[in-house]
Design a protein around this ligand. Structure first.
Ligand code: UD1
Length: 457
């Protein structure tokens, strides 16, 4: 028993119960892209006019981002998947620590705030614990545009000190094609004076989605989707309506779910080009893939082991590394999965092993020997994508799995269990309370809780 648990009176531990080992059928609906939506929300700070964003997924990360924007002074109204934002008056450039520390994407506010009002104070953010995740490239880019920046007491203080209170276009060369840093510089540079060139820019589809919205607002950006982006600064931007692109990572998770449960599933809507590297690997592993307009049908029978190496787009996405590893644990033969983007993104291995997976980790490479059968277990997700991976493995595993750590899952997947259940899975979400004193659950049908050590948070 965990010592933390002993000292806590009672802990609410929402969890999923998955009865696995059955194939899925039918359709899995893909929502709007979380990573796009987060940056598009921040981009609303760039104009006094109303921005209407549709196809926004309902996620806790989106709730935190809108709460942060409200604290800055943005008027926000929400209607299911549509959010209206009006940043007519920015009252506060000091972002609230208690919200920022849980969401790395909150750092996106720094670029728009600087270029719109000439100053910003942003606490160093948090997010998934998948590596050091420094912000040096973001800061280097903003400094190159003329911002003065100092970090004090964990707060990044940024301001413009020239008379025109305006950033100045320049050439920025990234040492690594960071998605976030490219987005930060894009948003800062579109209201700067003169031309900015980003060399070694990230090419991820989310960059193109952001650029499309900024250009609809009146920005002049060319080259998004390539490694060289040019931004001609404009004096102001206007409001617009914009629909978030489909989430390629949710779509990828669903394709892998179809493969791991050896199912025949229709998945969409998707932009098929965004999934090229994953589809190539799924085909190589033996899946049949049929493209039906903006939908993909995946039919899986026997899966064989294939190797992957993650990398910046268009290479295999790091966000699908954990789900793909879950698939490989059930494959015929061996596979090697190498993670090159984040240095600490293999935490799912210990959980997959609890289900019976055979994996050996050497530095940043996982060597997997597929097994004939996974068996249900008690599991805990440690970050967003590892949570998805263990749910997929649980869908394939024989018997019951209990999955904790849903705070991670709910950051990035909307109604995941409901979507899977519509396709024939058997997943129940339970809100259970463990009483620290006697460690008994407050529900009938008490569980064996010997292996449960939930985090105190
Ligand atoms: C974004 C995505 C995340 C995805 C990642 C890579 C969002 C909200 N999140 O994260 O889901 O896994 O892209 O596709 O869009 N780096 C630096 N210095 C910096 C910035 C990054 O060294 O200033 C390093 C990071 O530590 C990491 C690598 O660059 O090793 C990639 O990070 P980056 O592309 O910036 O990812 P994020 O924007 O944080």
């Amino acid at each position: 028993m965990s010592s933390v648990l002993k000292n806590i009176k009672n802990i609410k531990t929402p969890h999923l119960e998955v009865k696995g080992g059955r194939p899925l059928s039918g359709y899995l609906e893909v929502g709007g892209a979380k990573n796009s939506a987060l940056v598009l929300l921040a981009a609303s700070l760039l104009t006094q006019e109303t921005i209407e964003i549709s196809n926004v997924p309902k996620l806790t990360d989106i709730d935190v981002m809108t709460e942060i924007l409200q604290k800055i002074g943005v008027k926000i109204s929400k209607n299911v998947h549509k959010i209206n934002l009006r940043a007519q008056y920015i009252q506060n450039v000091d972002l609230p620590y208690e919200l920022v520390h849980s969401l790395r994407a909150s750092f996106f506010c720094i670029g728009p705030l600087l270029s719109r009002v000439g100053k910003a104070k942003v606490p160093l953010p948090g997010g998934c614990e998948i590596g050091a995740r420094p912000l040096d490239e973001h800061i280097k880019g903003l400094k190159a545009l003329g911002a003065k920046i100092f970090i004090e007491g964990g707060i990044v203080n940024a301001y413009i000190s020239n008379k025109s209170n305006r950033l100045k276009g320049t050439k920025i060369i990234f040492k690594y094609p960071s998605v976030g840093a490219t987005e930060t510089v894009l948003m800062a540079a579109c209201l700067a004076k003169g031309k900015t060139k980003i060399i070694n820019a990230a090419k991820e589809p989310e960059i193109k989605d952001l650029t499309n919205m900024l250009n609809t607002m009146g920005a002049k950006i060319k080259g998004a989707g390539t490694s060289e982006i040019t931004i001609e600064g404009v004096d102001s931007l206007k409001g617009c309506s914009y629909s978030v692109m489909p989430d390629r990572i949710e779509a990828g998770t669903f394709l892998i779910a179809a493969a791991i449960t050896r199912s025949n599933l229709l998945i969409g809507p998707v932009i098929i080009d965004h999934l090229t590297s994953l589809l190539k690997k799924l085909k190589e592993s033996g899946c049949k893939i049929l493209k039906e307009g903006c939908f993909i049908r995946l039919i899986a029978k026997d899966i064989k082991g294939v190797d992957i190496t993650t990398g910046p787009y268009p290479a295999f996405p790091t966000d699908l590394q954990a789900p793909f590893m879950a698939l490989m644990t059930t494959a015929n033969g061996t596979s090697t999965i190498k993670e090159t983007v984040f240095e600490n993104r293999m935490q799912h291995i210990s959980q997959l092993k609890k289900l019976g997976a055979r994996i050996i980790l050497t530095k940043n490479s996982a060597h997997i020997q597929g097994v004939n059968q996974l068996d249900g277990s008690i599991l805990e997700g440690s970050d967003l994508r590892s949570s998805a991976a263990i749910i997929l493995a649980s869908l394939a595993a024989k018997g019951k799995s209990t999955i904790y750590g849903l705070n991670h899952l709910d950051r990035g997947y909307e109604n995941l269990e409901q979507k899977f259940n519509n396709a024939g899975s058997h997943i129940i979400r339970k809100n259970q309370t463990i009483f620290g004193k006697d460690l008994k659950f407050n529900q009938s049908g008490a569980e064996d809780n010997q292996n449960i050590e939930p985090k105190a948070a």
